[in-house]
Design a protein around this ligand. Structure first.
Ligand code: SF4
Length: 264
């Protein structure tokens, strides 16, 4: 994997997520290369070979932070802050150190357990939170859809360590692929380690999206009997598959008295 420098661009950018004003993408591009990724159609490099990072991220972000009061910054919107190259590039760790020194906090979304490395900084922040995204029940299927991520079991174990360290945890159960993802079973596994859970189905803006073309090819090769059903469910607004699933998940949520948000 080649890690190059991106062209000069703002590092601190507005964030549309509820309750969060700003985000930082510590990398441009994502080595995890999930074939369904919503950012993939806008990729600036071939993520299987090259991702980019910002030059002088600390100096430049430090200046940009001077114009806003301390608050929570989101990491993980357009790329994973703990993709494999973070182990030696340390861009995310340096950003967290800067945020903590300036009195800011962070809320992180990742598919990696590398976040456990930075618990020392997250524990020193007020209101830090870490969410882990999962979509596959077994430790084999995920490899078909997410080229370079780690197993679901390792992600859940990482989240368990985050929770044990006293940092708020969450999980994004996403994307639910009809016939492939056993969402109720995954939800049951996440409940002991996640303080809050968000559930989203597989969705694309159009059938021409590169991310749908990738996903369709994987389903055609490995789950040919599901292809027609998946295509119908994903591209039919209000399909009964989603309403039936939502009802099942709501039953689990009520039974476990959990903070679960279902958006399927
Ligand atoms: S980890 Fe997130 S940003 Fe990275 S490829 Fe997967 S879905 Fe996209």
């Amino acid at each position: 994997m080649q890690v190059t420098l991106c062209e000069d661009r703002p590092i601190l950018t507005p964030c549309s997520l509820e309750g969060i004003n700003y985000q930082v993408d510590t990398y441009v591009g994502c080595e995890h290369y999930c074939y369904y990724c919503y950012v993939l159609p806008q990729a600036e490099t071939d993520w299987s070979k090259e991702v980019q990072m910002h030059a002088d991220i600390i100096e430049r972000l430090g200046r940009q932070l001077e114009s806003i009061p301390p608050q929570t910054i989101y990491l993980g919107y357009h790329s994973d802050p703990y993709q494999p190259c973070e182990a030696y590039c340390l861009q995310t760790r340096k950003v967290l150190e800067l945020l903590q020194q300036r009195g800011f906090s962070a809320t992180i979304l990742t598919k990696s357990d590398l976040v456990v490395r930075d618990l020392d900084i997250l524990q020193a922040m007020e209101r830090a939170a870490v969410s882990v995204s999962v979509a596959f029940n077994d430790d084999h299927t995920y490899r078909l859809f997410e080229a370079k991520t780690i197993e679901t079991s390792r992600r859940i174990e990482g989240l368990r360590q985050v929770k044990a360290a006293g940092v708020k945890t969450g999980s994004l159960l996403c994307p639910i692929i009809p016939g492939v993802t056993d969402a109720p079973a995954l939800l049951e596994r996440l409940i002991p380690v996640a303080d809050e859970i968000w559930v989203y189905g597989l969705s694309f803006s159009a059938q021409s999206d590169q991310s749908w073309q990738n996903t369709r090819d994987i389903i055609r090769r490995h789950f040919p009997e599901l292809l027609e059903q998946v295509e119908q469910v994903v591209f039919t607004k209000g399909h009964s598959y989603w309403s039936d699933l939502a009802k099942n998940l709501e039953i689990i949520k009520e039974k476990q008295n959990m903070n679960v948000h279902v958006y399927v």
